[in-house]
Design a protein around this ligand. Structure first.
Ligand code: FES
Length: 198
């Protein structure tokens, strides 16, 4: 697909986003709340969940984000209603992107906000109800297959202060074998900037 073309599904969800929070948050009591993102990058995501017997029965969301973030969260919100929290927890951004009929490659990082906010909301629900955490059960992406370095390893390194390819190499040795993981690593660093900001 052309880098700057949006599919009809993306346009439909952008123009008619589903399950948007249209009231004050306080007027929509929820069982789980997740907020992620970096307002200074212009994107932040709030997801509220209603959960009954471990199943998501309703959700609302609000974002200060781009068309891709809006569309991917809208489709995510439709997909998770009726889903168990265990299944929702392991949804990957790629699952949402494929439901959207693809996203421009430079926009895929926008779709990670929704699934991060979703997991944060489920974590919140589990914590509020003193239930065992699901953390660690989300799908892990191996980014550097030569050294078996995952997205979670890079996220930890980011939280520890790494911001560049050379920072990451110094800490993890990523990319020091075939080097083919550099492009995906830099893209993932950019996703983390959107999530956490500086
Ligand atoms: S995939 Fe990372 S060095 Fe080969």
């Amino acid at each position: 697909m052309n880098d700057w073309l949006y599919s009809d599904t993306v346009k439909d969800h952008f123009i008619n986003p589903r399950n948007v929070l249209e009231t004050d948050e306080a007027d929509w009591p929820s069982d789980g709340r997740g907020i992620v993102g970096n307002i200074r990058c212009g994107d932040q995501m709030l997801i509220l969940l209603r959960i009954s017997d471990g199943v998501i029965t309703d959700c609302r969301w609000k974002t200060y984000g781009c068309a891709s973030a809006l569309a991917s969260t809208s489709i995510l919100s439709e997909a998770i209603i009726g889903m168990s929290i265990e299944d929702a927890y392991i949804l990957k951004p790629e699952d949402i992107v494929s439901k959207l009929g693809g996203l421009p490659t430079n926009k895929i990082h926008c779709s990670v906000l929704g699934d991060k906010a979703l997991r944060t909301a489920i974590d919140d629900y589990l914590e509020r109800n003193k239930l065992p955490p699901l953390k660690g059960q989300e799908n892990v992406e191996v980014i550097c297959s030569c050294l078996n370095i995952t997205d979670r390893d890079i996220e930890e390194a980011y939280k520890a202060g790494d911001r560049s390819w050379s920072d990451l190499q110094a800490r993890t040795k990523i990319g020091t074998a075939c080097g083919s993981c550099k492009e995906r690593t830099l893209e993932f660093l950019h996703e983390l900037e959107h999530l956490y900001g500086e």
